[in-house]
Design a protein around this ligand. Structure first.
Ligand code: FES
Length: 174
């Protein structure tokens, strides 16, 4: 190999190594910028909806907020008004009530009265029915429904799926 072509070859080889190094640095930098997997996961809560008991109001957590969840039987669904049914979240053919457990007046946590089947906010007396609709002022609207996506038996809170988008578009939740 002539001296000039050897230099050309060495130049290209060094350039290739430098290029690989630059890509490696960029990958390393991107890893630094990306949120940690735990931080990403922190925005979402996955609920396996098959484990809930019919008629039992359960409080889950999502982003530090209480989330009320209740599985409904076919009989319960049949008794509902149209307005109540419009708030149902249907996962694998079963209806659920899912709502953020914060009063829409000033954010207190309403208590569920299991026997009477309604929520009472002790702060200023607002009430909500078991579907989350407001039944007594001063709460300005029903309990909000957290963004969700349905994935098989799971409800992924924090992701926006078409079912939640439809609720929002129809003014059922903020
Ligand atoms: S915060 Fe619930 S009624 Fe005021």
């Amino acid at each position: 190999m002539k001296e000039s072509s050897r230099r050309g070859f060495m130049g290209k080889a060094l350039g290739a190594v430098a290029g690989l190094g630059a890509i490696g640095s960029l990958v390393a930098m991107k890893k630094t910028w990306d949120p940690l997997p735990s931080v990403k996961a922190a925005g979402f809560t996955t609920l396996d909806m098959s484990v809930f008991t019919v008629g039992e109001m359960v409080t889950e957590q999502w982003r530090g907020k209480p989330i009320f969840v209740m599985k409904k039987s076919a009989e319960m669904v049949a008794k509902q008004t149209e307005e109540q049914s419009a708030r149902d979240i249907v996962v694998n053919g079963t209806s659920y009530m899912v709502a953020i457990g914060l009063c829409t007046h000033l954010g207190c946590i309403p208590a569920y009265k299991q026997k009477e089947e309604y929520f009472l906010c002790a702060c200023h007396g607002a009430t909500f029915d078991s579907a989350g609709l407001v039944t007594k002022l001063p709460a300005p609207r029903g309990l909000d429904i957290p963004p969700f996506k349905i994935d098989g038996n799971n409800l992924i809170l924090g992701e926006v799926g078409p079912e939640w988008q439809a609720l929002k578009d129809n003014g059922i939740t903020l």
